[in-house]
Write a protein that binds this ligand. Structure first.
Ligand code: SF4
Length: 99
């Protein structure tokens, strides 16, 4: 599959029309109770995954969370490959990626 660019921009040639920018993202979900803290995800993709300091389980980095939920995130396309790689490396398959 050909990766999408991180930002798609459409510019109208008609005067008075507004330019539209659409950022492509992938959705990621972590079934946190099933995490065994193997460290794979935050080692492979540290911009997106991190270890929660209280329970030691994986969580989505704060800036990419949906509604502040540490188990759910929206990832910019630039990090899609490492997010998928992290999901593939999870030994208990608790990371789900929706492209
Ligand atoms: S790869 Fe899976 S088991 Fe390992 S830390 Fe990440 S979510 Fe937890």
């Amino acid at each position: 599959m050909t990766p999408l660019p991180s930002r798609l921009t459409w510019k109208s040639a008609l005067p008075g029309h507004v330019n539209v920018e659409v950022w492509s993202v992938v959705k990621v979900t972590i079934d946190r109770p099933g995490c065994i803290s193997c460290e794979n995800c935050w080692t492979l993709c540290p911009d997106i995954f991190e270890q929660n300091p209280d329970d030691g389980l994986s969580e989505v980095a704060e800036q990419y969370r949906v509604d502040g939920n540490p188990a759910e995130g929206e990832v910019p396309e630039d990090f899609a490959d490492c997010t998928v790689e992290a999901a593939d490396s999870c030994p208990v398959t608790v990371i789900f990626v929706e492209e």
